[in-house]
Design a protein around this ligand. Structure first.
Ligand SMILES: [Zn+2]
Length: 307
């Protein structure tokens, strides 16, 4: 699934391709992509005659801003946009086509069909699902260490699933969470409320640095991701943890291990990212208690024999 750097790359490309173009008509061949309105005829009618003014991003969502209307688009697994001449035959799995008055077409292709589109009046899109519950934008100026600390709050969720759920900070998926936690030297199973102040600071820095570097490289091309112009990103060559199972950690030389955290494949260096102490001591004290109980039972029985 494209994460912030990939969606940001698509946003930049798309912005150059479609800004100023006016929609003549829209054709939809797979209505399930449309969430609001879900009727393809209503959807198309609302878009007719509109002009694209800019392309913005909120988390992993694209916001295609027109005069009087905003299209919120999520690419999910494999959604892609491309600009074509109307003479070019549409590729297989092209589900939505925005026909422009200048004879070009913006085409949305989605092999897996998980992508979504919502239409809103400008401003309304931020107050309603799917955008209304999203957390902080990590590459905006407002994402300071203090704001991040406050957002983490007293949550006891493990840090990896917490970063994945988009409520504290947006844009991180499986790749960049693994990268940021590796850079910060934090084990993905550490509870958010047990991060030390120094660790919060390192994590804040790692999130900003990882995402900025990836945006600069045009994102990562893992599996089939390509940006709005069909170009591949280059950040996959800079990954330090994700996808490097069995390869040496670039910090310490220890081998990167793969495990499962919150149902997701997770890559860590066991030396740089130590298992949280609280977990170890908790399980240790549990086994200590079990041992004590067992000893007590044995003692009771022996006592009984004595009597
Ligand atoms: Zn290491």
């Amino acid at each position: 699934m494209p994460e912030l750097p990939e969606v940001e790359t698509v946003r930049r490309t798309l912005s150059q391709l479609i800004t100023g173009k006016q929609i003549d008509r829209v054709t939809v061949s797979l209505p399930r992509i449309l969430q609001k309105p879900d009727d393809p005829l209503v959807f198309a009618a609302q878009l007719e005659g509109r002009t694209f003014q800019s392309v913005e991003r909120r988390g992993k969502f694209l916001r295609l801003v027109m005069d009087g209307l905003v299209l919120v688009s999520h690419l999910r697994m494999e959604g892609r946009y491309g600009l074509f001449d109307s003479e070019t035959l549409p590729e297989k799995h092209t589900h939505v086509i925005f026909h422009f008055t200048d004879g070009t077409e913006l085409r949305y292709k989605d092999v897996r069909q998980f992508g979504t589109m919502h239409l809103f009046m400008p401003g309304e899109e931020l107050q309603a699902p799917p955008l209304n519950k999203l957390g902080l934008e990590p590459l905006e100026e407002g994402f300071t260490l203090e704001v991040f600390r406050r957002a983490l709050g007293k949550r006891s969720t493990k840090i990896k699933p917490l970063l994945l759920n988009q409520e504290v900070v947006v844009g991180l998926g499986n790749i960049y969470v693994d990268e940021a936690l590796h850079m910060a030297g934090i084990h993905p199973e550490t509870s958010a409320n047990e991060l030390k102040r120094k660790e919060q600071e390192l994590l804040h820095l790692a999130i900003v640095e990882t995402l900025s570097a990836a945006v600069e490289a045009g994102g990562s091309s893992i599996k089939s991701y390509v940006n709005g112009q069909g170009e591949m990103g280059l950040f996959q060559h800079s990954l330090k943890a994700y996808g490097r199972t069995g390869e040496p950690c670039l910090n310490c030389g220890n081998l990167i291990e793969k495990s499962v955290v919150g149902g997701r494949g997770t890559h860590i260096c066991p030396k740089c990212q130590k298992q949280p102490h609280n977990n170890i001591s908790k399980s240790d004290s549990n086994s200590m208690n079990t041992l004590k109980q067992r000893n007590n039972k044995v003692k009771d029985r022996l006592d009984g024999l004595d009597n």
